[in-house]
Design a binder for this molecule. Structure first.
Ligand code: DQA
Length: 139
């Protein structure tokens, strides 16, 4: 089983960025714990602040990998191009958000990723990523 977590813009700042919303843990620390929970899965991680780099990564892995856990950050709410990239690949994508975007500003209620993802997990803090992995493992 090969899975990838792809994080979009500003998620490199986890641990420092708005900790009251996103928590105090860095993604690096969390990712090490996740790998420990799933020793039999090949789990990789990619982050970019650039829309094009995210699309390139989705294209690169999207015909061979067993699943993509995608937190597209703010591009979730704006990027038809990322949605088109997901529509164009064969690997399943689970949309993830750390915060409950539906409880936040109305601009965060719109998601371009949701309609092309197999499902969405939002609002469980960093545990949202683990829940997405569980969802992919059960498919
Ligand atoms: C986020 C929610 C988005 O609205 C925001 O732009 C992010 C993070 C989340 O994980 O809660 O960057 O995707």
């Amino acid at each position: 089983m090969n899975l990838i977590i792809i994080n979009g813009p500003n998620l490199n700042l986890l641990g420092k960025r708005e900790p009251e919303i996103y928590g105090k843990e860095t993604f690096g620390d969390y990712f090490e714990q996740l790998k420990g929970l799933y020793p039999d899965i090949s789990l990789t991680y990619f982050q970019s602040n650039s829309e094009g780099a995210l699309i390139d990564k989705i294209h690169e892995v999207g015909f061979s990998i067993d699943g993509i856990v995608l937190n597209a950050g703010a591009y979730t709410h704006t990027s038809l191009a990322i949605a088109d990239a997901i529509s164009g690949i064969s690997s399943p994508v689970v949309e993830v958000h750390i915060s409950n975007v539906h409880k936040r500003e109305s601009i965060r209620h719109k998601t371009f990723v949701g309609p092309v993802a197999v499902g969405t997990i939002a609002g469980f803090g960093l545990d949202s990523y683990r829940l997405a992995i569980e969802a992919l493992l059960k498919r």
